[in-house]
Write a protein that binds this ligand. Structure first.
Ligand code: APR
Ligand code: ZN
Length: 378
């Protein structure tokens, strides 16, 4: 349907305030302005960051339409849009790529200054929102708001993907897979024969495990307090599973003892300060690399033993796919092509699919820890 120039009404899931159930509402969506696209949602993942947003752990404006891990079809385009056309399949990008700022132009930067995460205004590039409901302005999350049947978003926050991509699954390649898989392959550069520990075997941690395995790691230790995650972790080639609550010693001490001197690569995919410190302490003192992938609550501080910082270990951050030279609009479509060519397999990460109007059920499943990823279908 050509939506150009028209304000139309669609169903969307709105969070009116933090810690309140999502409600399905009729939302007015304004047409795309210049350099914006109007899109029809096909699927969206339920991601740990979306949960952080709903709990108020990140400072976003409410009421908002959450969700940022979407696969969709372009409906119409605003003036000046050249990278996509109506009918194209696209993925949403939490980190956009305008190709004009210091990060985009630097060979080792990808955290485009047009991102709306740190800090988040909840508005799109011209400082306005395209959504209203019951006469009230509704905010965006990270330019992307995917829990809506239709939306308008900046052209720089979508990437055109292969026409053959199955939209019910590839939404995970919008956020979870690049965040986790590429953190291992691209940012940590896990080496063949190496030892790894992954804190958190949820969606992102599972993608990290896949990246460690694809890079040839010989031992992958998975750490989680929910033992229901262990069988799926083992299927992805986690070699040892640890539940810190069942250990007599701190988990980092156990990891160091298991590996002799500490692991080559440690990943934190939970978003808690304590597990970030445990990941850091699990690394080999001299050449260990610690990747923080989890997003800690805003204003939390990470406190490290200063003496141990000088021994040579590396600490890096990689959320969400803030992976140095990993330019989102160019690299994410390649990951979809890799999936279609069977070079990576995201299918095991999609454990549940539900209709869009049941986000509460999807979050219920998420909170009980029964999913790796639940995907909403529109
Ligand atoms: N120790 C060990 N494991 C824990 C702990 C803990 N203290 N607390 C939670 N976990 C486990 C959960 O049981 C779950 O399996 O961490 C996992 C987190 O996974 P998900 O909830 O699926 O979240 P995910 O989408 O993977 O995101 C994880 O990465 O990108 C960031 O913002 C995101 O901070 C979030 C993190
Ligand atoms: Zn995400």
């Amino acid at each position: 349907m050509d939506t150009l120039g028209k304000t139309l009404t669609y169903q969307a899931a709105i969070a009116w305030e933090t810690n309140s159930p999502l409600s399905i509402e009729e939302v007015k969506v304004e047409p795309p302005k210049a350099e914006e696209v109007h899109i029809k949602m096909a699927s969206s993942g339920i991601c740990g960051s979306a949960d952080h947003v709903l709990k108020g752990l990140l400072p976003l404006n409410f009421p908002l339409i959450p969700g940022h891990e979407g696969a969709e079809i372009v409906d119409s385009i605003g003036e000046g849009v050249s990278s996509v056309k109506p009918g194209d399949k696209v993925l949403t990008l939490v980190v956009p790529q305008r190709r004009e700022c210091s990060s985009c132009l630097h060979p080792r930067g990808n955290f485009c200054e047009k991102q709306d995460i740190l800090p988040s205004s909840g508005l799109i590039l011209d400082g306005t929102s395209r959504f209203t409901c019951k006469g009230e302005k509704i905010y965006n999350s990270f330019h992307t708001s995917t829990f809506t049947k239709h939306t308008a978003m900046p052209e720089i926050a979508v990437a055109k993907i292969d026409d053959a991509a199955p939209l019910g699954k590839v939404c995970l390649i919008s956020c979870e897979v690049p965040t986790g898989y590429r953190a291992a392959v691209h940012s940590a550069r896990v080496t063949p024969g190496s030892t790894c520990v992954v804190f958190g075997l949820g969606g992102v941690g599972s993608a990290v495990v896949m990246g460690c395995k694809a890079s040839g790691a010989s031992r992958i230790i998975g750490v989680d307090i929910n033992e229901e995650k262990f069988p799926r972790g083992r299927a992805l080639r986690v070699t040892d599973c640890l539940n810190p609550r069942n250990l007599k010693k701190p988990v980092q001490q156990v990891v160091v003892e298991m590996t002799g001197f500490g692991v080559d690569f440690a990943f934190e995919a939970i978003g808690l300060v304590d597990t970030m410190i445990a990941a850091w302490d699990s690394c080999h003192l001299s050449y260990g690399v610690c990747l923080i992938v989890g997003l800690a609550p805003s204003n939390s501080q990470l406190s490290l033993d200063a003496v141990k910082v000088i021994s040579g270990r590396t600490l890096k951050g990689a959320y969400p796919f803030c992976l140095a030279d990993y330019k989102t609009r160019g690299c994410i479509p390649q990951l979809v092509t890799d999936y279609l060519q069977k070079k990576i397999n995201v299918d095991p990460l999609v454990t549940h699919q539900l209709p869009f109007h049941q986000p509460h059920k999807a979050f219920e499943l998420y909170h009980t820890g029964k999913t790796i990823r639940c995907v909403l279908l529109f």
